[in-house]
Ligand binder design. Structure first.
Ligand SMILES: C[S@@+](CC[C@H](N)C(=O)[O-])C[C@H]1O[C@@H](n2cnc3c(N)ncnc32)[C@H](O)[C@@H]1O
Length: 565
């Protein structure tokens, strides 16, 4: 790589260059004319004669993608009920991913509010496809907000196993939680932590880890012009330092034989091949799993790995060609990079001769990224075994006492109230998995076998099913969206083009004939009265709760933050 174009020179890039027109471009509206000169100069040097094709792709219209949520239905079933069904094309690298046309506005359809799909840039769907997630596995999505890839992972898990979704930005975890709940995920835990805090808590616990790293975002310039302005703020050098630390902590949590996918939406080699080369030099028990560059994807570039690459044995350096680059001039999608890494099984690791010298050198240079130390701490903690998550110290217990009227206080047990709700309001089809965990009056179903979350910042300790405050159990929106229609005792279904659906989504009260309610029959139990919670559905998929009263009124229980805007 040309040394005059390293990350330091990018730092010198000045705002004066921003939006300056490149002399070679014609036409006033061309986006390529607004790219930072430091960026285009560097790309020219990297791409050589391919550069012209690359840069003209910035003047192509941006692409729009949608991924059908296979936790709820598959692509064929969705196409059969969706007005978008005829106007979409499959994205070749993702099951049930589709391109849709600009102006289709899938976010403004009731199916969006039922969590039937996630709107996601087509290339951004690639990393999870490479992660090879299988039902039952323990999966960590380390940089997860706003949750596109977490919801994709959850669909691969099909409700079994555990998804731990983490992001260190508190504000962004709100969108993460909402998207996971909208998708109807039952087996996720959402955390708001630095990776260095997670590694000691989990040890080598995960079968699969996704590091969708914060990056300089060069691959998103066409999709989102604001990324160009962000580019200077998140300089390549700053990003690559962050990535190095995140990747080391992630590596410390991968089980032997496990797979870690590292991905970015940027082109800079410092954030891509160099990161992987450094990791390979430092951790001899990690290897690159070769990805076949199908669909117009291109090989990673070992010769772009820079200094880190020179420290690697030739075969390990060459293995970087098995990482992939998604170029906007070769595929219908934005720019991405992905590397699939595997941690060798313990017996394989013992047999390899580590690049010891390279490892020592790298540790000297990046003392904070010392995965070995983190790992030792993690192993120590792992040996303590799982503790009762009820001791989690982030959600202080509220006073759940209530007066009995006899001068005594009776303690309300939120978990008993949940079980009572299950008994009364959910049908025989409902099968709860996980353990009931209560934090204050909030009740969660937590995936079994999770290590202790003590001391961690927990956003959701599992599937948030409801709140037992105010002397009654109120089912959550997350419960509604995670259920199937048949799992509720009472439900009402409306076609998505029924104006009452939008009225409901806007928070209005509906009037419903008793005959429109579906009441589930339960074996050996007296039939439920018409009055009570009803799961409101569109085209057979839940969108929230209503409370039915016998005068035909369906009181709207949709929380304000979930309403149609
Ligand atoms: C590329 S975005 C992730 C997009 C997400 N995977 C998705 O598909 O919706 C990178 C994320 O990394 C988060 N992040 C930045 N530094 C982090 C760190 N040290 N630990 C964990 N997350 C971090 C950012 O807040 C941001 O949400």
């Amino acid at each position: 790589m040309n040394s005059s174009l390293n990350s330091r020179s990018i730092g010198v890039y000045s705002k004066l260059y921003f939006k300056e027109r490149l002399s070679c471009l014609q036409g006033d509206d061309q986006m390529s004319g607004y790219l930072p000169i430091a960026f285009t100069t560097k790309m020219k040097s990297l791409l050589g004669e391919e550069y012209d094709r690359f840069i003209s792709s910035y003047d192509d219209p941006r692409l729009y993608g949608i991924r059908v949520n296979r936790l709820k239905l598959n692509g064929e079933a969705w196409k059969a009920i969706s007005p978008l069904g005829d106007a979409i094309r499959p994205i070749p690298w993702v099951e049930d991913g589709y391109y849709y046309e600009e102006g289709a506005r899938p976010g403004k359809h009731p199916h969006y509010h039922a969590g039937l799909y996630y709107i996601q840039e087509p290339s951004a769907m690639a990393p999870v496809e490479l992660l090879d997630v299988q039902p039952g596995q323990k999966v960590l999505d380390l940089c997860a907000a706003p949750g596109g890839k977490s919801t994709q992972i959850a669909a691969k898990l099909q409700g079994s196993g555990v998804l731990v979704s983490n992001d260190n930005a508190k504000e962004r975890t709100k969108a993460l939680a909402k998207n996971i709940e909208l998708a109807g995920v039952r087996n996720a835990v959402i955390l708001n932590e630095e990776p260095s805090a997670l590694a000691p808590a989990f040890g080598q616990w995960f079968d699969r880890i996704l590091v969708d790293a914060p990056c300089s975002g060069e691959g998103m310039f066409r999709k989102d012009e604001s990324m160009i302005a962000e580019w200077e703020k998140h300089s390549i050098e700053r990003c690559s330092t962050m990535q190095r630390h995140i990747l080391r902590d992630a590596a410390a949590m991968l089980a032997p034989g496990g797979i870690l996918v590292y991905s970015t939406c940027t082109f800079s080699p410092e954030e891509n091949e160099s990161q992987i080369a450094e990791l390979l030099a430092e951790l001899p028990d990690f290897e690159v799993v070769q990805v076949e560059p199908l669909y117009g994807w291109k090989n990673g570039q070992p010769d772009w790995a820079g200094e880190a690459g020179r420290e690697l044995a030739p075969a390990r350096l060459a293995s970087l060609s098995g990482t992939v680059r998604l170029w906007p001039h070769h595929i219908e999608g934005e720019g991405h990079y992905a590397a699939v890494l595997r941690r060798k099984e313990s017996d394989e690791a013992a047999a390899i001769s580590p690049d010891i010298e390279a490892q020592k050198e790298t540790r000297k240079k990046h003392p904070k990224g010392n995965a070995g130390a983190t790992l030792r701490a993690a192993e120590k903690r792992g040996a303590q075994g799982a503790k009762d998550v009820g001791k989690l110290n982030k959600a202080p217990e509220r006073n759940n006492g209530r007066h009995t009227g006899r001068g005594q206080t009776e303690t309300i047990d939120p978990s008993a109230m949940w079980l009572d709700f299950v008994e009364r309001e959910l049908s025989d089809a409902f099968e709860a998995t996980g353990t009931v965990q209560c934090f204050g009056s909030r009740v969660y179903l937590q995936p079994a076998s999770l290590p202790s979350l003590d001391g961690l910042r927990v956003v959701r300790a599992g599937w948030y099913v409801g709140d037992a405050g105010r002397n009654k159990f109120e089912p959550s929106q997350a419960l509604a969206l995670g259920l199937r229609q048949s799992e509720a005792v009472r439900s009402i279904n409306m076609q998505s083009d029924d104006p009452n659906v939008i009225r409901y989504l806007k928070g209005e009260t509906l009037f419903v004939e008793a005959g429109q309610l579906t009441i589930a029959q339960r074996e050996g139990k007296t039939p439920q009265p018409l009055k009570g919670y009803a799961l409101v559905c569109t085209d057979g998929y839940p969108i929230g709760w209503g409370k039915y009263s016998t005068d035909g009124m369906l009181k709207n229980e949709l929380p304000a933050g979930w309403r149609w805007m």
